[in-house]
Design a protein. Sequence first.
Lengths: 315, 332
Amino acid sequence: MAKYILKRIGLAVATLLLIIFVLFVLVRIMPGNPFPSERMSAEQIANKRAEMGLDDPILVQFGRYMVNLAHGDFGKGTSLYYGAPITTVLTTCIFNSFRIGGLAILMGTTVGLILGITAALNKGHFLDHFCTVFSILGVCVPGYVFLIFLQYFFSYKMSVFPYFFDASRFLYSSILPALSLSLFTMSTVARFTRNEMVEVMDSDYVHLAESKGMYGSKLVTRHILRNALIPIVTVLAPLVVDLLTGALVIEKIYGINGIGKLMVDAIAGEGVDYNYVLALGILYSALYIGIMLVVDLLYGVLDPRIRVSAKEGDA
Amino acid sequence: MAATTATTYEPTKEDFEFLAGRDITTDQNFASQSYWKGVAIHFLRDKRAMIGFGIVLVIIIFAIFGPIFSSYSYRDIVSYVDESGKEVVARGIAPQLGLGGDGPFADRMFLFGTDDLGRDLWTRTWQGARVSLIIAFVTIFIDMIIGMSYGLISGYFGGAVDNIMQRIVEVANSVPRLVIVSVLAIFMPKGMGLVIVALLLTEWIGMSKIARAEMLRIKEQEYVLASRTLGAHSMHIIFKQILPNTIGPIITQMMFSIPTAIFTEAFLSFVGVGIMLPQCSIGSLIESGFNNITTLPYQILPPIIVLALQMLGFNFIGDGFREALAPKLEDM
C-alpha cells in the first residue's frame, strides 16, 4: 500500500511539473508583448522586458521561475493590479473562493446524500419522484442561473440577503452563492446515491443481512451505503474541481473577489495578463491533480478489494 | 372382471382445431431480432427518451426556421422615423402579440419582447440557439472522430503504444478546461473559434476512454483473431470490423457531451471570452439579460428556458440510448 501511495504521488508530481513547464513555455513563446503597448514607448517596453528577464533563454527563465515558485513567489502581474505581487492577490482570492466552495461542497454532499438515501428508502413514493425531478432540474439549469434568480428575488425584490458579496459578513452573504454553487453537486450526488442504493439494496448480501434480522440505520450505513459510496466518490471528485471552475460565473455575478473572478479579469479584459494566466493555470492544475490523487487514495480506504489488488498487482 | 374393460380413447378428427392462418412455427415471444432493431424498439418505447427527442427536435426546428421566418433580423435594431423626423427605437418592450393599444410599437409582434437596444428577442433567442447547437454538433462530431480513433488505436495495439498514449491522455486530462481556455485566450482572438478549439481540446478525452474500453472488451473475440489470421491489416480490423461494434457506447457518450458543449459555450460567452457582438449565443443572451435584470427582468427568461430544454432533451436522449443499448432485466 505504501509503495502504491508513493508511486501515485510521484506520478502526480511529475504530471504537475510537466504541465507547469508546458504552460510556462506556451505563455512565454506567445507572439506580441505582454504589456499594454499603446501606453508605453518602445524603449519602456524594452526596459521592462529586460527588468523581467524576458530576453533570456527560455530554460533559464523557467529555472528562475521554478526557484521563485518554490519560495511561493509567482512574480508580478503585467497589466492587472499593476505592481502588486501575484502571491498577495492570490492569497486573498483563494481564501474567499475556498470558503464559498467549501461551504458549497458541504451543503451539496450532505443534502444530496440525505435526499438520495430518503429517495432510495421510499422508492416509488412521492419523495423518490421529488428527488428525480430535483436532480433533473439541477443538472439542466446551470448554477449561475439559479443565482441570478435568487439574487433577483431575495436580494433585489425582498432585500433578505445582500446583493453583493461582503467579506465582513461572510456567512450571511455567502449563503446565496454557496447554495447555487452546490445545486449541481447536490442533484448529481442525490441521483447517484439513489440509483446506487437501489441497486445495492437488491443484492444478495443485503437480502442475507435482512434475513438475519438486521434492519434500520445499521443496515443502511454499514451494508448499503458503504458499497454505494464508491461510485459516488468517483462522480464527486470532478465535481469538487468544477465547483472551483463553476465559481467563475458565480463570483462574477455576486461580485466575489475570488480566483474565478481573477481568472476572468486576467483573460476577458482588454489585454491578457500572462503572469496571472500562468499562476492561475498552475494553481488550477495543482488543485485538480491533488483532488484526483486524494480520490484515488480514498478508493483504497473505501474498497478493501482495491487495497488488496494494489498490494498484489503493485498497480 | 368388468373393471378391466376400460376402452382406450381413439382421437377423432373433430377433437383437433385447425390453426389455419396462424403462424405456429415462429416463436413470437422470443423472436430473434437484430441488435439494432432491438435497440430501436427499446428506444422508441422509452417515454423519457421520446420526450427528449421531441424537445430537441422542436428546438432544432425553431433554431433553423425561427430566424428565417422572423420579420426582424437578429442584429438590427427595430426602429422607425416618425413625422417629426425623430427616430423611435423599440427599446425594452415587454413580450406582446401586437394586437394594438397604446405606444408606437403596439401593432408589432414581439413574442419575447425586445432587448435594451431594441432588437427582437424572439429572433435573437433562436439565432442564439442555432449558434450553440452548431458549436455543439460540430465540436462533438470532430471530437468523436479524434477520440474514437485515438482510443481504438491505443486499445488495439496495447503494450508500449498503449502505455505512451495513455500517459498523454492522463496529462491532458489533468489540465482543467479553464486553464486551456485561458492559455488559448493568449493566442487566439476571443469568439466562436476560441470556444470551438477549447472544446476540441478537452472533449475527445472522454470519448477515447470509452472507445479504448470497448476495444479491450472486443479485441479478444474470435472474429478479430480470424481476421488477423487471414492477414487483414490492423487498420482494416480496427476501423472496418471492430468500430461498428463499439459505436453504441460512443454515441451515448456523444449525447452526453453535447449538453457539456452547450453548457461550456454558455459559460464562456457569459464570462466574455465566447461569442462576441453582434453575434449572439445562448450564453451571451443570458449575460445581457443578467445585466438588465433590474430594468427588464423578462429578458433573461427565453435564453434560460431554451438552454434548460436543450440540456434536458439531450440528457433524456442519452439516458434512453444508454438503456436501449444495455437493457437491464427489470426493464424488459
